[in-house]
Design a protein around this ligand. Structure first.
Ligand code: HEM
Length: 394
């Protein structure tokens, strides 16, 4: 599909190390502090969208996740979900998601199949070509837009703007920079969306847990402002809800296949160099008592391994966006809990189903999202006006 140029899917080597260094710098724990305000503003705009069109909650959550990464990566603001960059990226991610579902495109697992002639009536060849075009647009268009603004001295601060200010004579500079930026966008949007949608599903199915988290937020933060990312340390139960959301259904149940770079032994099994290893995060998520039950209490007990230790991968390919992602989830989830009740529809039981893609999220489910009070409606309005102003003044 052409995605082998993306640092996320590139084999280990010098090119990957160079891109990864840039991404690590942009997304380090200290670097991402400057995005707290943007993430909180995006959570405030999400609340406004949920208030106005609660039934479209899935597309609002998708837009919020896309807005964070678009803003951090390119300094661009998406007005709505019809925004061209968001629409292109969604199409690309949809096709890539199908292509990366384990075994979906046989050529991922049996590279020799890539050499089968194009006339072969294989469904995956057609899908791969559509995916290649969508990915190309996603990779090029936002980068070209930022590059133009940069040449006119009006590019807002972002990962791409920062890269452009360090431009080298390398003839491949643009290609490397645009793929590094798009890797962040591609890897960061769908995963954050999937986790926040899983949260909404879990709340619609677990009213008591939702009320307990709301009570904690009300008692610590009060009811006249929205929680901030800095408040997280004071909200242990709400943080346990976020952790349980990540464990209950990991957004990447089966991670990116990797090859071992040397011989290894694991629990008595000999693993030869070059073995394809597929990390199974789903199995890790199930390694607890009654795994199907949504139970944040398991994280109030210190002995339970925090899911952020494994849902983001391990080793040198560990997700570089993990700190940014956690903050987005804090802003989005605390913002929703503080302002809305998520309720099941009367007389309807939810039977959760998750998409069988590489990045897996709940399939359509019925629920109601209602503001918790008239005061909350006013708060949602005033916070969203402020947030909009912040974006306009950038
Ligand atoms: C809940 C949200 C997220 C989850 C669950 C998640 C999970 C993952 C996982 C499992 C991997 C593969 C790790 C491996 O191969 O061992 C990964 C890689 C990656 N993620 Fe994330 N991620 C999230 C958010 C983000 C965000 C917000 C960004 C950037 C803005 C990001 C950027 C990346 C990149 C660039 C890679 C490729 C790293 C490499 O191959 O060197 N991710 N992520």
């Amino acid at each position: 599909m052409g995605v082998e140029k993306s640092p996320a899917l590139m084999p280990y080597g010098e090119e990957w190390r160079d891109s990864r260094k840039l991404i690590n710098m942009a997304l380090s724990q200290s670097a991402i502090k400057k995005y707290h305000a943007v993430q909180e503003d995006i959570a405030a705009l999400l609340n406004k969208d949920l208030l106005e069109k609660p039934n479209d909650f899935i597309s609002h959550l998708r837009l919020a996740a896309g807005r964070v990464v678009l803003s951090v990566t390119y300094g661009l603001f998406a007005e709505n979900s019809q925004d061209q960059y968001i629409a292109d990226a969604e199409e690309a991610m949809d096709l890539l998601g199908k292509g990366m579902a384990p075994g979906a495109f046989l050529c991922d697992y049996f590279p020799i199949m890539k050499h089968i002639p194009t006339w072969m009536p294989f469904h995956w060849r057609k899908e791969a070509e559509r995916g290649r075009q969508a990915i190309q647009r996603t990779v090029e268009l936002p980068y070209v837009a930022v590059k133009k603004m940069f040449s006119e001295n009006c590019a807002p601060c972002s990962f791409t703007e920062n890269l452009l200010s360090q431009r080298t004579d390398d003839p491949k500079f643009d290609e490397h920079a645009m793929w590094a930026a798009s890797a962040m966008y591609g890897a960061g949007t769908e995963t954050t969306f999937a986790t926040s949608l899983t949260f909404v599903l879990a709340m619609a199915m677990n009213q008591d847990i939702q009320k307990k988290a709301q009570l904690e937020i009300d008692s610590i933060i009060g009811t006249d402002r929205l929680p901030t990312i800095a408040d997280a340390a004071q909200l242990p139960y709400t943080m346990a809800v976020i952790k349980e959301t990540m464990r209950w259904h990991p957004s990447v149940p089966i991670s990116v296949p990797r090859r071992t770079s040397e011989d290894d032994v694991f629990r008595g099994y000999h693993i030869p160099k070059n073995t394809l290893v597929i990390p199974n995060f789903w199995a890790i998520s199930q390694n607890t008592s009654n795994p199907g039950q949504f139970n944040p209490d398991r994280y109030l007990n210190q002995s339970m391994l925090d899911p952020s230790e494994w849902i983001f991968g391990i080793g040198r390919r560990i997700c570089p966006g993990r700190y940014l992602a956690e903050n987005s989830l804090i802003a989005i989830i605390c913002g929703i809990l503080s302002a809305f009740d998520i309720l099941p529809l009367q007389n309807e039981t939810i039977h959760p189903k998750f998409s069988p893609k590489h990045i897996s999220f709940p399939e359509d489910f019925p629920c109601q999202i209602k503001p918790r009070s008239r005061e909350k409606v006013e708060l949602i309005h005033s916070c969203s006006v402020e947030a909009k102003l912040h974006f306009q003044n950038k």
